[in-house]
Design a protein around this ligand. Structure first.
Ligand SMILES: Cc1ncc(COP(=O)(O)O)c(C=O)c1O
Length: 412
């Protein structure tokens, strides 16, 4: 079987453990995470509920996350697959906060909710509106400034217009590290506006929220500590093996009230295995679920938050170096600001981006480097996201050198 694994499986993985993998927003794993996965498999724990170590470690991770983000220790937290799912659950909690928990039984009825996020927000926010039955048409996609931050004046105007039209604004989704190029919204200003307008502030911090671990990057997240909820992934910038998404909610009762169900077979007992007040299944829709907390706990216990933060800072430094080289390049130009660890660039004379897309495919197919693409300003651009803790400056240099060579001989 292991021989089959070596020949049939291992060579055909996407390659995100390789230092020249720059695509999408992938973590790169660690030996500690790998051992934790093996041990979790040996325990075969079901962490939906009951009184055992799985939910206790999950609670510990929620406490760590609350400390990292400046949330109260009583905040509730739950592991999910990823930030797409965490954003969806947060939207449901915000919906209940606006309409009351009766909405779980009665449905939306005639409520006409509206939500707000920047045009840089991840597509899963729009999908969450659809899944929740609110409808993606009720998501106002607000224009951004040159740095990619949601424009406050446009947000305030949109909320006012919706209220004037008899609609019910209920949620603002701030972005901490946008998927395209790592843009941050001004979360403190969003928190002010949400407090004044009595709106739920949820932050999609899929990878950017963990920037709070780095003293150098933390200022980008100012205001995060005032959000009602945060969605983020341990499997991206913290390199915990897939999957390890997390939702942290300030108001534990609001969170519990959205999901807890009074099923007889989930009754709590004063003692024994059914003891314990809150179970993870009270904070999300999953009942059967694995021991994701173990790999997070073991990763942080082994490496320490400081080492993880230093790896993030190194990725940002490599991105700044790559950006500098692109600015000096004859063939390529930057396609977006570089506030973090993501560099979007384009051939100088590629109006549609077709040639950029071709370069990316050739780099991937030839095994030279693996950037991905995105669309910025209507054109497909090359996107290098430097998440991997194994990436060195020589690897980003190799990426650009290979891109220049492929661009010079695109059919060669
Ligand atoms: C900003 C942002 N939000 C949400 C997501 C979706 O997260 P996941 O893939 O863990 O569902 C991503 C993924 O890259 C992201 O970058």
């Amino acid at each position: 079987m292991l021989d089959d694994y070596e020949t049939l499986i291992a060579p055909f993985s996407v390659g995100n453990t390789h230092p020249r993998f720059f695509g999408w927003a992938h973590g790169a794993g660690t030996p500690a995470g790998m051992v934790a996965e093996l041990l979790a498999g040996a325990l075969d724990a079901n962490c939906g509920g009951r009184d055992h170590i799985g939910p206790i470690v999950e609670r510990q991770i929620a406490l760590w996350a609350a400390e990292a983000f400046g949330f109260p220790a009583a905040s509730s937290g739950v592991f999910v697959t990823g930030t797409s799912q965490a954003n969806f659950l947060a939207l449901l909690v915000a919906r209940d906060a606006a309409l009351g928990h009766d909405v779980r039984k009665a449905g939306l009825g005639g409520a006409r909710l509206t939500a707000y996020a920047s045009v840089e927000a991840h597509a899963c926010v729009s999908q969450a509106m659809e899944l929740a039955g609110v409808g993606s048409g009720a998501l106002r996609q607000i224009e951004t400034d040159a740095a990619g931050a949601l424009r406050l004046d446009r947000l305030a105007a949109a909320v006012a217009a919706d209220r004037a039209a008899g609609l019910t604004p209920f949620l603002v989704v701030g972005t901490a590290g946008g998927v395209n190029f790592g843009a941050f919204d001004d979360l403190a200003a969003l928190a002010d506006l949400c407090a004044a307008e009595r709106l739920w502030l949820h932050v999609d911090g899929a990878f950017g929220a963990l920037a709070t671990l780095s003293p150098r990057l933390k200022p980008l997240t100012r205001g995060l500590e005032r959000a009602q909820s945060v969605a983020f992934d341990f499997h991206k910038w913290a390199h915990v093996p897939y999957d390890a998404g997390f939702l942290l909610v300030r108001d534990r009762q609001a969170h519990r009230g959205t999901f807890a169900a009074p099923a007889a077979y989930l009754s709590r007992a004063p003692r024994g295995l059914a003891a314990g007040e809150d179970w993870p299944c009270d904070f999300g829709p999953d009942l059967s679920r694995g021991f994701r907390a173990l790999k997070v706990w073991m990763t942080f216990q082994t490496l320490g938050a400081d080492a993880i933060a230093r790896a993030m800072e190194a990725g940002c430094a490599h991105a700044a170096h790559l950006a500098q080289r692109i600015e000096a390049s004859e063939a390529f130009e930057l396609a977006a600001p570089v506030p973090l660890n993501i560099v979007c660039f384009s051939l100088k004379r590629d109006a549609t981006g077709e040639a950029n897309a071709e370069i990316v495919m050739r780099l991937q197919e030839r095994g030279l480097a693996a950037p991905s693409t995105t669309r910025i300003g209507g054109r497909t651009v090359i996107r290098a996201a430097i998440f991997n803790h194994r990436t060195r400056r020589s690897d980003v240099d190799a990426l650009l050198d290979a891109a220049v060579a492929v661009a010079a001989a695109p059919t060669g």
